[in-house]
Design a protein around this ligand. Structure first.
Ligand code: GLA
Length: 388
């Protein structure tokens, strides 16, 4: 609530009026199922208690004014009559422009507005601050112009904006988690059918996210290389997606594959199975199974998909040592830095925080940041402004 109040006050000071409504779009953490989304596979993220907040007031013309509180309070302004151009100098604005461009391409009639954007999803940490911004903007125009879009459609439009306008070939996981998350549940997603498999999380446990604060480098180029390698893997089996390759077929033929492509494919095929198994394990709170599956996922990202860093591996190792089979821990997100996620029994949270405080900076020279969260609801619109 504090962050919503903060953005509302900034809006008021900047535009000298109250917003008509406020959109709250959460970031996400992925519990398991990494790089499986663009292979049409399975993922298990949840929305988190950290979000992008957008205050909105309608205008009578077709101008969109954007005030970006967390980007040095920069402003951007454009007219919906004009074709939406890429903004070379204010990169953040392209998430806003991209979503509007996608809505226009789909033939929706849009209206102008004054908006202020702020939030507390750490940027560049792999917790989907950009996806939450996209979903928040899609929800803004859905509300403003009464577009009647479902939350899944908000996610699809947001992903299209990222793919087509921003130029990152991401999958659908982040936007769907931000749009469709449910309080106290993880969100199993079949990334082919977009079926959502709501997976309750026991409140005997806590989600601890630790940002390694390793500067993420080469993320986009490495991400796109992994995508191509996965496509080559599927092609080897005469399929368009690795989702359609069975583990049995892979094991029978892997020795004939390019060794690097085989490693990438092995990660995806077994990660899909681990994710399906994890959905069952979370439902019955089978901690030893969750622990084993998350450990398997991390080892696979480290040794087969090769997207972890030494600092991340170290964090995972020291946490795994203290939680045993009473919790799971792994890197979360696209990789090459960013965060780890630990899902642990409530009474172990302090132990995890203490071991990281004691060892991580000493070993790596980098200070971590810690976020404690529960699984949160997806994007929402607040119209009772006075109550904030
Ligand atoms: C990024 C992408 C997602 C997904 C993850 C890896 O977060 O945006 O679509 O591919 O990486 O699981």
């Amino acid at each position: 609530m504090d962050i919503i109040k903060k953005v509302k006050t900034k809006f008021l000071n900047h535009y000298s009026k109250s917003p008509a409504f406020i959109v709250n779009a959460p970031g996400r953490v992925n519990l398991i199922g990494e790089h499986t989304d663009y292979n049409d596979g399975f993922v298990l993220p949840c929305a988190i208690d950290f979000s992008t907040v957008i205050c909105v007031s309608p205008r009578t013309d077709l101008v969109v004014n954007v005030f970006a509180i967390d980007c040095n309070e920069e402003v951007d302004s454009f007219d919906l009559n004009d074709s939406i151009a890429f903004n070379d100098t204010q990169f953040w604005s392209n998430y806003v422009r991209g979503v509007i461009d996608e809505l226009k391409k789909r033939g929706f009639t849009l209206a102008g507005c004054d908006i202020a954007i702020g939030g507390n999803v750490p940027q560049g940490a792999g917790l989907s601050s950009s996806a939450s911004l996209e979903v928040g903007i899609a929800a803004t125009f859905n509300q403003l112009c009464d577009l009647g879009l479902s939350t899944v459609e908000l996610a699809q439009i947001s992903q299209a904006a990222e793919n087509n306008f921003v130029g990152c070939a991401c999958g659908i996981m982040d936007q769907l988690a931000s749009a469709c998350g449910k309080n106290d549940q993880a969100l199993g997603i079949d990334c082919r059918s977009l079926e959502l498999i709501h997976t309750p999380i026991s409140d005997d446990n806590t989600i601890v996210i630790i940002n390694s604060n390793v500067k993420r480098g080469l993320v986009d180029s490495e991400y796109n290389t992994r995508r191509q390698q996965c496509e080559s893997g599927a092609e080897f089996f005469g399929k368009t997606k690795l989702r359609d390759v069975t583990i049995a077929d892979f094991e029978a033929q892997k020795s004939a594959m390019d060794p690097l492509v085989a490693k990438r494919a092995e990660h995806i095929l077994y990660e899909n199975q681990r994710t399906l198994d994890a959905m069952e394990a979370f439902k019955v709170n089978d901690m030893p199974a969750i622990s084993r599956l998350m450990a398997g996922s991390h080892a696979s990202m480290r040794d087969l998909f090769e997207i972890t860093t030494p600092e991340i591996d170290y964090l995972v190792q020291i946490i795994a040592d203290v939680i045993g089979d009473r919790g799971g821990v792994r890197m979360t997100g696209g990789g090459f830095g960013g965060c780890i996620v630990a899902f642990v029994a409530n009474d172990l949270v302090d132990t995890v925080v203490d071991i990281v405080a004691e060892k991580y900076e000493k070993q790596t020279g980098i200070k971590e940041s810690i976020f404690i969260t529960t699984a949160a609801d997806g994007v929402s619109v607040i119209t009772d402004i006075e109550a904030i």
